[in-house]
Design a protein around this ligand. Structure first.
Ligand code: SF4
Length: 304
């Protein structure tokens, strides 16, 4: 049933979804109808969208060279911040998960909403893993290694995350891994290392993560580090305050825990044990089997 505020665009999306639900995969349009639809879509899009239209599923990937540093100056740098990205523009209605995530990925790969990050990134780091995963890990932003390889959590911290996942009895390919920010935060010229994303950068990029979660629909999300909690849930206070306590995002249980990079920096046995307790709670929540050996990890270090 249509609501009083439903836009023609929404009604069209709904009608197409209903056809899809009935197993219809094609829509016949007369040349006149096709022209009228084109005119409508052109006139109903906001001015900003007309300037930088999102790619359609049939749009080829941006050529890798378009993201090469040598070509960065060719990116149209927006003079004003781009408007919020409503989820309805990021999620292809009536499509399957694989098609939806590919559509979203193509939009993100071409994203230029943060000109300062576009100018320094090697590539957008979208996310990786099983789109049917029950478990999703969310970090804060790509670092130098991720920026180079185009995959989240591939540096030393990523290797530790992989080890943590495997200790849970899963493989990296069985979970989904993403970040709040999809581009590496820029660093002052000549400096090495990584920096935390700003609140404004995270807020700008958040719709992509929200759309990933909406498409994947994990049963549990684990946030890694305080910045990820702040970015996804808007919770200040630091990871030490929130870890071990279940939160909710859009009805999905969220377990905050420490970032693997923190474990590498200051990894006391107590901190490792806390992270493992958080992951045990996640395993229980997912109904995963837990062996006595898994329960006993790190207890020896505490003299147990
Ligand atoms: S950080 Fe996110 S919003 Fe900003 S340019 Fe990259 S993909 Fe776009």
């Amino acid at each position: 049933m249509n609501g009083p505020t439903d836009s023609p665009r929404l009604l069209l999306a709904r009608a197409l979804r209903q056809k899809c639900d009935r197993g219809e995969t094609r829509v016949r349009l007369s040349p006149e109808d096709r022209a009228a639809l084109k005119r409508y879509l052109k006139s109903s899009r906001p001015a900003s969208a007309r300037q930088t239209p999102p790619p359609t599923p049939s749009t080829p990937n941006p050529a890798p060279s378009a993201q090469h540093p040598a070509h960065r100056t060719q990116h149209p740098a927006p003079q004003t911040p781009q408007p919020d990205l409503p989820l309805e523009n990021l999620i292809l209605p009536g499509a399957g998960k694989a098609e939806q995530i590919e559509y979203l990925r193509r939009i993100a790969l071409a994203c230029a909403r943060c000109p300062h990050l576009v100018a320094t990134r090697t590539q957008v780091v979208f996310g990786v893993g099983d789109i049917d995963a029950d478990l999703m890990f969310v970090g804060e932003a790509p670092g130098a290694d991720e920026d180079q390889q185009g995959e989240p959590f591939v540096g030393r911290a990523g290797q530790l995350l992989t080890k943590m996942i495997e200790t849970m009895g899963l493989s990296r390919a069985q979970v989904y891994i993403g970040n709040v920010l999809k581009c590496r935060p820029d660093m002052p010229r000549g400096s090495t290392g990584n920096r935390q994303p700003t609140e404004s950068e995270m807020a700008t990029c958040l719709p992509y993560l929200q759309a990933q979660v909406a498409i994947i629909k994990p049963k549990v999300i684990v946030t890694l580090g305080g910045t990820a909690i702040q970015g996804l849930l808007g919770l200040a206070g630091g990871v030490g305050w929130h870890r071990g306590h279940w939160q909710q995002y859009d009805g999905i249980p969220v377990m905050p825990t420490y970032h693997p990079a923190y474990l590498l920096r200051s990894g006391s046995i107590e901190t490792k044990r806390k992270v493992w307790e958080d992951l045990l709670a996640v395993m229980e929540r997912l109904g995963m089997p837990i062996s006595a050996k898994q329960r006993g990890y790190f207890l020896k270090g505490k003299g147990a």
